[in-house]
Design a protein around this ligand. Structure first.
Ligand SMILES: Cc1ncc(COP(=O)(O)O)c(C=O)c1O
Length: 447
């Protein structure tokens, strides 16, 4: 069994091409050779050359079952034939006209058809740009400046979206309060100073590592209306991943504005703000200058992006890819939780099509495994556990399973039961190795 230093040695031996690229990369990319915080790992993550369906391959020929899935963007899996064909055809016809074109209209119409709150649509380059614009729209509409956000809700790295107190960040008008706290939310909104309340769909951090209380979510539309604040729901992850109507259709809420990204682009970069016509009138050239936004952006709704987005959204409309991803996620959770139980490990796999692994104290037994076994945000987001998740990540990589270092598994319609069976073998083997090498932490073993 691969344990201790042997794991790192064996990983280096079987990833020599990746190590060479990593050595080149660290001389150029300041982020320890990586271009995204999630791609940093000690000693290094593999360098990928090709991906198809649920799998990807690295420069050394190692094969992985992929649970990164383009940071959540690829619910259809890698290289879906309909998307590939659409992009190849569009590539030959031109990637950017600097003009209006039919595909952008079609993509917007598909979004409107799926999400009833999308009265109007505006496109951007990525999810955080959409969030930044949603804040601007809210400010213009209300004539107020302040933004109310919730702890651990992730919206991007821009000043007004990122973690409170991060170095270099200026966000004087942003207030971040405890999540799921209805009284505190009403107390703040009642000051009538807030332009925008920004909430992540499904819960805090990647589709709900900290789930949102449904009653809390359902109270937000009335509460924001009562105090004249624009409610922006960030569905950058959940938009068309949870259901054709997004997470809002699952819960039955109608936000003033919704931000979208990831899945909408079918694998190409996209962001969108969709929502109320009156709020989005700020984009109308007839609106008086003091309430108007000149909407620019080189990469807004390029024909190439829209070709992929249209092909993907046509498939999302049926709800079939989402259903498949949900079923396979159910299977992963069910089998994975059996593995944890058999080993008396205190932890649980939970949530929906992004399956989160939680290792830590079990405070409650939820009625189903879409919910974690504690509602304590500090436990669910415990930074002290990060070395454990990271060690598991390395064990899994060496066994052909690619996950994010923070321990979540992004499922797609391309994952199969065979993929899950293979993943579970690697998962059990990795946990056994960690028990043997003592890296799981004795506190995690249930006595
Ligand atoms: C909920 C949420 N909102 C916004 C963003 C930012 O999107 P992008 O990375 O496309 O700018 C992310 C990115 O992961 C996200 O998870």
């Amino acid at each position: 069994m691969l344990t201790g230093e042997d794991l790192v040695e064996e990983y280096r031996r079987t990833h020599q091409g990746s190590e060479k690229l990593h050595e080149r990369a660290v001389k150029t990319f300041a982020g320890n050779g990586a271009t995204h915080a999630v791609r940093v790992l000690d000693p290094f993550r593999p360098y990928i050359t090709r991906a198809q369906g649920s799998r990807k391959w690295d420069i050394d020929g190692n094969e992985y079952i992929d649970y990164l899935m383009g940071h959540g963007a690829l619910i259809l899996g890698h290289g879906h034939p309909a998307v590939v064909q659409a992009v190849q055809e569009q590539m030959a016809k031109g990637v950017h006209y600097g003009e209006n074109h039919e595909l952008e209209v079609e993509l917007a119409e598909l979004i409107k058809a799926m999400m009833s709150a999308a009265e109007r649509v505006a496109f951007f380059s990525c999810g955080q740009e959409a969030n930044m614009m949603a804040i601007r729209l809210g400010r213009i509409f209300t004539g107020r400046k302040k933004v109310l956000r919730f702890q651990e809700n992730f919206h991007g790295w821009a000043d007004e979206l990122t973690h409170e107190g991060s170095p270099g960040v200026v966000a004087n008008e942003v207030n971040v309060i405890p999540f799921n706290d209805l009284n505190k939310t009403e107390e703040e909104l009642a000051t009538k100073k807030y332009a925008v309340l920004l909430t992540e769909g499904g819960g805090a951090y990647v589709n709900g590592r900290v789930p949102i209380d449904i009653e809390f979510a359902r109270a937000l539309p009335d509460l924001t209306r009562k105090y004249g604040t624009v409610w922006v729901l960030d569905e950058v992850v959940t938009g068309f991943r949870d259901a054709p109507g997004g997470w809002q259709s699952v819960v039955g809420v109608r936000p003033d504005l919704t931000t979208l990204g990831k899945c909408v682009g079918g694998g190409l970069p996209v962001g969108a703000v969709v929502g109320r016509t009156d709020i989005m009138e700020a984009f109308n050239p007839m609106t008086p200058p003091e309430r108007r936004i000149p909407h620019t952006g080189t990469w807004n709704a390029t024909p190439l992006l829209c070709s992929a987005g249209v092909a993907a959204c046509r498939l999302y409309q049926s709800g079939e890819p989402q259903k498949k991803a949900r079923q396979i996620a159910d299977y992963l959770r069910e089998r994975g939780n059996r593995v944890l139980k058999e080993r008396d490990i205190s932890g649980r796999l939970y949530s929906r099509t992004v399956v989160h692994l939680y290792l830590g104290p079990i405070d409650c037994e939820p009625s189903d495994d879409t919910m974690p076994p504690t509602r304590d945000m500090k436990k669910l987001m415990n930074p002290a556990m990060e070395p454990v998740y990271t060690r598991l990540c390395l064990h899994l990589l060496q066994r052909g399973i690619a996950v994010a270092p923070k321990g979540f598994y992004v499922l797609s319609a391309a994952h199969t039961t065979e993929d899950i069976d293979q993943t579970i073998d690697a998962f059990s083997d990795s946990l056994d190795a960690m028990i043997e090498e003592g890296t799981l932490g004795e506190a995690l073993r249930v006595r």
